[in-house]
Write a protein that binds this ligand. Structure first.
Ligand code: MN
Length: 294
């Protein structure tokens, strides 16, 4: 196994906890694994939720996610396989395909739907929720569709392929950058026997989720379809070693350290703000919102 040469002062985070997630369904009966659940929101601040879906039986995804609202955070959808079409309350629509992403800033609120554009075959991907700082929770909603070919990627000499949805890896800037939460979202494909290092600021929360094969992180085996929460132990990097062909996502970001008040698809800072959100929703405010494609 070749370990890339690193500066002598590089230190590596260990695995604090392995998480399998909970089998559940959401939307109109879409089966999924909720990997980052509400009890981990504080620990993994600024990330609020991670759903992994991987269904080849259309009954498990065909209903999709009909019209529903969001306010106060960002949703990031990353597709591995399959196609989803989205619509929003402002009349925008787009098609999300394999390897593509959508970064949606719900901000002050919108209503949208996410529906499969296929009746058979595999539907696989992730949805990550990234919190917004209190001063941005009521900004105008916007979204960006990022087709697969617009996601920057590189391949290292050891064959490791890295796709950068957000943040920066090995000097390559990803499709999305965010100032306050500084999210890093990588899709990493490792050939058997290879390894990959990613520097991560010691004060950022970080986790991985394997979706093909097992990997090893500082001596801990991380099985397929498990999240590994990386310890906040002051180390400068994480190092993933592939004991077989493997794929995983790496997610990290700067914690907001603000109160989190969640009611379903609304995430604010206080219970009063949630009550106001419900009043606005019932009053039809969300239906009248302008959603910009940026
Ligand atoms: Mn949604």
């Amino acid at each position: 196994m070749t370990i890339p040469t690193s500066p002598a002062d590089t230190t590596y985070r260990s695995v604090e906890q392995l998480v399998r997630g909970i089998q559940t369904s959401d939307g109109a009966g879409v089966r999924l694994t909720r990997v980052l659940t509400q009890n981990l929101q504080r620990r993994l601040d600024p990330f609020l939720m991670l759903d992994a879906f991987r269904n080849d039986n259309p009954d498990d995804y065909i209903g999709g996610f009909p019209d529903h609202p969001h306010r106060g955070f960002e949703t990031v959808t990353y597709m591995i396989a399959g196609r989803m079409r989205h619509h929003d309350s402002a009349g925008n629509e787009g098609l999300l395909g394999p390897g593509g992403a959508q970064w949606m800033t719900a901000g002050s609120g919108l209503i949208h739907s996410e529906l499969p554009e296929q009746e058979a075959g595999l539907m696989e991907g992730f949805q990550l929720w990234v919190n917004l700082p209190s001063h941005d929770k009521m900004i105008s909603p916007s979204y960006r569709d990022i087709p697969s070919e617009a996601i920057p990627e590189f391949t290292l000499a050891n064959g490791v392929r890295v796709r950068i949805i957000a943040g920066v890896s090995h000097g390559v800037s990803g499709a999305v950058q965010r100032q306050t939460t500084e999210p890093l979202f990588l899709d990493v494909h490792l050939p058997s026997g290879s390894s990959f290092e990613q520097p991560i600021a010691p004060n950022h929360n970080a986790f991985t989720y394997t979706y093909r094969g097992n990997v090893s992180i500082l001596g801990t085996t991380v099985p397929d379809r498990h999240m590994a929460i990386m310890a906040n132990d002051g180390a400068s990097s994480i190092c993933i070693e592939a004991v077989e062909d493997a794929r995983l996502i790496i997610v990290a970001g700067k914690p907001l350290n603000e109160p989190i008040a969640q009611y379903g698809p609304f995430v604010m800072n206080t219970a009063d703000e949630i009550q106001q959100t419900l009043r606005d929703y019932r009053a039809g405010v969300f239906e009248r919102s302008t959603v910009k494609s940026v």
